[in-house]
Design a binder for this molecule. Structure first.
Ligand code: NAD
Ligand code: TYD
Length: 341
């Protein structure tokens, strides 16, 4: 493994992963990203001139672009982060989710097969398993839990997972799937719970908590997800699924209160709003397989991770203010215009 094609590398986890790989391995990284609203090359401004890094602006649904990029860069491995990733958006419209998450994955799988790549790693989510009962904390998602996705987002990810499984079984493609719980950390788009609440708290705005605030998510610091993916890539068994999670369940309302406390803000602005339709009640991951078989363990405990994250959003107000104003959309044209052919 030498040349990684990282799709969706301009997004939240993808950009953290690109840096993780450059800092912790010798691999070259080709970041292949369409730059949808969620793609922000400013996330990578500090490494954009690294000689082991290259950016290609393209769509994973475009087979010719994918093939050309594989050929030109001697790609031997694909790590697929590219996706529409926000549940609320998938409720407003599911089409893009099916196109990118399902069709795009199929295009990548076909290209991996044609070029006989050494590895194909699909970055999936614990949301494909559906929702857990909230009253029995001993039940968690294992790799054997049946797929029972409930949102258009998670269903499109489940569709992609099944295609990956099919290419392993039918074509013997060396496929690996990771299913991680909710991530938090630097560069997360402020439409997701934690960065949205940090931004609103700093600005003294109302903090919209869906339903009764008692939905449970299992939070993992983004670098720990990146180390888990690398462990699976280097040591995982082809055809296998690996859950990745932090054993760190929180009620949404408690996360919001913690953020306010750490920012020294009062709780008055917490506002309970209409629930998300089909809102999954609880996610919780059993990570024993990746821990026991591959020796992976999270490095960050939640108190440290959340403080680091809040500090990052405090220190990088410019970053999220540009995202919120839409100015970030001009970054590519401004900084890459000379390279656009
Ligand atoms: P994100 O929305 O921040 O980033 C997605 C990236 O994919 C963006 O850079 C976007 O431009 C790119 N993209 C979208 N459509 C594309 C296309 N057709 N072609 C090329 N690039 C395209 O997402 P994220 O939160 O970083 O999640 C990354 C992956 O991890 C997703 O596959 C998601 O399902 C999975 N995941 C996310 C979480 C989480 O908590 N965020 C947890 C588990 C798994
Ligand atoms: P989100 O970050 O959208 O991730 P996911 O839905 O993929 O788990 O939401 C995390 C939890 O926070 C989820 O239970 C929905 C809830 N939530 C709110 O209560 N208010 C909000 O404004 C958002 C964006 C999410």
């Amino acid at each position: 493994m030498k040349n990684l094609l990282v799709t969706g590398g301009a997004g939240f986890i993808g950009s953290n992963f690109v840096k993780y790989i450059l800092n912790n391995t010798e691999y070259n990284v080709i970041n292949f990203d369409k730059l949808t609203y969620a793609g922000n090359l400013e996330n990578l401004s500090d490494i954009e001139n690294n000689e082991r890094y290259k950016f290609v602006k393209a769509d994973i649904c475009n087979q010719d672009e994918v093939k050309k990029t594989i050929e030109e860069n001697n790609i031997d491995t694909i790590v697929n982060f590219a996706a529409e990733s926000h549940v609320d958006r998938s409720i407003l419209g599911a089409r893009e989710f099916v196109v990118t998450n399902v069709l795009g994955t199929q295009v990548l799988l076909d290209c991996a097969k044609e070029f006989k790549l050494k590895k194909f790693l699909q970055v999936s989510t614990d949301e494909v398993y559906g929702s857990l009962p909230e009253d029995d904390k001993s039940i968690k998602f294992t790799e054997e839990t049946p797929l029972a996705s409930n949102s258009p987002y998670s269903s499109s990810k489940a569709g992609a997972d099944l295609l990956c499984r099919a290419y392993f079984h039918t074509h013997n493609l060396p496929v690996l799937i990771t299913r991680c719980s909710n991530n938090y950390g630097p560069y997360q788009f402020p439409e997701k719970l934690i960065p949205l609440m940090i931004a609103k708290a700093i600005d003294g705005e109302k903090l919209p908590v869906y339903g009764d605030g008692k939905n449970v998510r299992d939070w993992l610091y983004v670098d720990d997800h990146c180390s888990g993916i690398l462990a699976v890539l280097e040591k995982g068994k082809n055809g296998d699924v690996y859950n990745i999670g932090g054993n760190n369940e929180w009620y949404n309302i408690d996360i919001v209160k913690l953020i306010l406390k750490l920012l020294g803000k009062p709780e008055d602005n917490i506002t309970y709003v209409k629930d998300r339709p089909g809102h999954d009640r609880r996610y919780a991951i059993d990570s024993s397989k990746i821990m026991n078989e591959l020796g992976w363990a999270p490095k960050y405990q939640f108190p440290e991770g959340i403080e680091k994250t809040i500090q990052w959003y405090r220190d990088n107000e410019q970053w999220w203010r540009k995202v919120m104003s839409g100015e970030y959309l001009k970054y590519y044209e401004k900084n890459y215009s000379s390279k656009i052919s």
